[in-house]
Ligand binder design. Structure first.
Ligand SMILES: Cc1cc2nc3c(=O)[nH]c(=O)nc-3n(C[C@H](O)[C@H](O)[C@H](O)COP(=O)(O)OP(=O)(O)OC[C@H]3O[C@@H](n4cnc5c(N)ncnc54)[C@H](O)[C@@H]3O)c2cc1C
Length: 382
């Protein structure tokens, strides 16, 4: 049985110094970003922006220098993420690779994979996507049907992935597929592959979400030939590797800052038309935000100290995504907007976009029910 701890953590002086540098850069670079563009948050895709911040050393910050990293601390990285999200910078082109594909490669990749891919990720040149979900395997990922069979020259991949964020832009997918055994073997017999999406036999079909935009896709593999060295990590160890990868995406500031532009809009609106009730609402939201930030920082500092805060990370994601979902709802009620039909102002459009996006916040990266199941199991309650 695990216990839950959220020790108070503080950012070291070098992290606060870095914050000022990043904030100054974003104020200048993003001076023209509209509120609606900022509301795209970590869905905003701009390779040029990724390359600009890659050149500044703000991608792969904690990785070894030999692989293009900056050997900086996890808490310095935390500060860079916070500033990027608070400004609504278009980080999506490098986000997944920086957060999880890069660390996964660092841990399980071959020397060749690390040497050729990590420095390019750190420069913001490569976009990655995650191939876990399938049409009949979402929360229950182990029910997946994608299969890679060994051939004379390597592997042949067949099957369908779905809801794959950024597959329409990505250079590589890290896909979890079956290499051994049968469907009834579930977690056993799964392996991870590095799949270049430019290969013949790969079809990417965009899926529109409620906003009408295409963030995710269906990806079909038909006899896709992969070389032997496309296997990532150990054969049949894919399940463990993929679960470690998922743990990397649960507790960062992106789990409570996705709709932060709404709070900025509310404050600006209240400055124009002050109301006691409005300020009370904002006060409550800011108090919640401060608490969530402290919890997320606590997890980041445990990770920096090589701890295993897996339950705490699930709690941050569950509470944080609840907060992100609540913000546009509260703004909608307070401001009485006619959402979804196109607002009168940039701020209305930003809030409208986030109101339509909000249901997805507690689905991506594992649903609320699944997280609560993990927490309950960790605490010995089920
Ligand atoms: C914006 C967005 C981006 C995404 N990006 C990616 C991506 O890049 N790569 C990728 O692989 N996937 C991605 N996903 C997919 C996401 O991980 C799945 O949507 C999620 O895991 C849920 O799977 P599902 O949609 O099949 O729902 P289901 O698993 O069918 O669940 C339906 C409902 O049943 C509940 N439920 C299911 N099982 C249980 C259970 N055992 N106990 C209690 N309740 C349960 C769920 O909580 C949910 O409410 C993305 C999803 C979204 C919304």
């Amino acid at each position: 049985m695990q216990t839950i701890r959220f020790d108070l953590a503080q950012l070291p002086p070098e992290a606060e110094a870095l914050r000022l540098e990043v904030r100054g850069f974003l104020a200048e670079y993003g001076a023209h970003w509209t509120r609606s563009e900022r509301a795209r948050s970590w869905d905003g895709f701009d390779r040029e922006f990724s390359q600009t911040i890659g050149a500044r050393g703000w991608i792969g910050m904690t990785w070894p220098r030999q692989f293009g990293g900056g050997e900086r601390s996890a808490l310095e990285r935390f500060v860079v993420l916070e500033e990027m999200l608070a400004a609504g910078a278009p980080v999506s082109a490098h986000w997944i690779a920086d957060r999880q594909s890069g660390p996964l490669l660092l841990r399980y990749g071959s020397e060749e994979q690390k040497r050729t891919l990590l420095p390019r990720i750190a420069l913001g040149e490569l976009c990655f996507c995650i191939g876990l979900s399938e049409p009949d395997a979402g929360s229950d990922v182990a029910a997946l049907h994608c299969v890679a069979r060994e051939s004379e020259s390597g592997w042949v991949l067949n099957g369908t992935k779905i809801w794959t964020t950024n597959a329409q832009h990505a250079d590589y997918m890290i896909a979890l597929v079956r290499t051994d055994g049968e469907a009834k073997d579930r977690q056993k017999g799964l392996s991870q592959f590095l799949v270049p999406l430019s290969r013949p036999g790969v079809t990417v079909r965009p899926i529109a979400d409620m906003t009408g935009e295409n963030h995710f896709n269906e990806v079909v593999f038909e006899d896709v030939m992969l070389p032997s060295d496309a296997l990532l990590g150990r054969r049949r160890a894919g399940w463990t590797q993929a679960m470690e990868e998922l743990a990397l995406e649960r507790s960062g500031p992106e789990r409570f800052l996705s709709s932060i532009q709404v709070l900025a809009c509310l404050i600006l609106r209240l400055e124009e038309n002050p109301s006691e009730e409005g300020w009370e609402n904002v006060g409550r939201l800011v108090a919640q935000l401060g608490t969530l930030r402290q919890m997320s920082l606590s997890v980041a500092s445990m990770l920096a100290a090589d701890g295993n805060p897996s339950l705490e990370a699930c709690i941050v994601k569950d509470l944080g995504t609840g907060f992100e979902q609540q913000l546009p709802e509260i703004a909608h009620r307070m401001l009485g907007l006619d959402i979804g039909l196109g607002g009168d102002t940039d701020a209305d459009n930003a809030i409208g976009h986030l109101l339509l996006m909000a249901p997805a916040f507690s689905l991506r990266g594992g649903t609320r029910e699944i997280l609560r199941g993990i927490i309950a199991r960790g605490l010995g309650l089920r």
